[in-house]
Write a protein that binds this ligand. Structure first.
Ligand code: AP5
Length: 225
């Protein structure tokens, strides 16, 4: 009985992996996850990618902040979680991302999913409900650098983000530390770790190489379909 159940589970997992592979080959535009701690430079690199490739940039943090700005009850609940440095429920984040992806799908050249996944189950849910990611770029940066960058951004900002204060930044760093190794382990085969302690343009050169590689793979897969 146990053996039969194990065989069934194995067959289901193989089928799932095969479906994912087919969906990935069939999807013509790239989906790229942008990972890294608070202040590592995710938004900065996404802006440069958009400029060069015209991809659609969807930042989970921005989508949540838009919801907060709407003044809704839901927005107030989201703000409380974000101000604590914790993670908002994935149902909320994935639903916002899914809506934004659906709206842009027809005209998009590619999707940058910035700040997602933040824990491994988010990645699993995204690939099950939306589509498999082609690549994850992980911007690796020390906590000290990330803290300094956000404090400098906050000092220069005309309107400061509610979560850009030292106490919340430390909580955000803690949340990031707790969850990230599991994500990197699960998605090791599609993740490129980039040293983000360098000049913005040096980092971007590595980003471009990785994206060019994905675009070539996509073109090749499309030609075989
Ligand atoms: P989010 O808005 O995603 O914030 P974050 O991850 O903390 O990242 P930041 O936007 O602060 O920084 P960044 O990495 O984009 O760096 P940037 O390019 O601006 O999330 C906020 C909150 O929303 C979360 O805490 C959570 O509560 C919630 N949330 C979001 N996603 C969620 C999810 N998936 N699930 C659940 N909850 C979620 O750069 C920072 C500064 O450094 C800038 O001033 C920049 O000019 C400078 N800089 C950048 N690169 C360099 C460089 N190479 N050298 C020198 N300076 C640099």
């Amino acid at each position: 009985m146990c053996h039969q159940m194990a065989m069934k589970k194995e067959a289901q997992e193989k089928l799932k992996a095969e479906e994912l592979r087919k969906a990935q080959a069939a999807s013509e535009i790239p989906i790229i996850w942008i990972l890294g701690g608070p202040g590592c430079g995710k938004g900065t690199q996404c802006a440069k990618i958009v400029e060069k490739y015209g991809f659609t940039h969807l930042s989970s943090g921005d989508l949540l902040r838009n919801e907060v700005a709407s003044g809704s009850d839901k927005g107030r609940q989201l703000q409380a979680v974000m101000s604590s440095g914790g993670l908002v429920s994935n149902d909320e984040v994935l639903s916002l991302l899914n809506d934004a992806i659906s709206r842009a799908k027809g005209s998009s050249k590619g999707f940058l999913i910035d700040g997602y996944p933040r824990e491994k189950n988010q990645g699993v849910a995204f690939e099950e409900r939306i589509a498999p990611a082609d690549l994850a770029l992980y911007f690796d940066c020390s906590e000290d650098t990330m803290l300094k960058r956000i404090m400098a951004r906050a000092a220069a900002a005309a309107v400061k983000r509610a979560d850009d204060n030292e106490q919340t930044i430390r909580a955000r760093l803690q949340t990031f530390k707790l969850n990230t190794s599991a994500i990197l382990e699960l998605y090791a085969d599609k993740t490129l770790t980039i040293n983000a302690e360098r000049d913005v343009d040096d980092i971007f050169q590595e980003v471009v190489q990785a994206i060019e590689c994905v675009l070539k793979k996509k073109a090749k897969a499309a030609a075989q379909c």
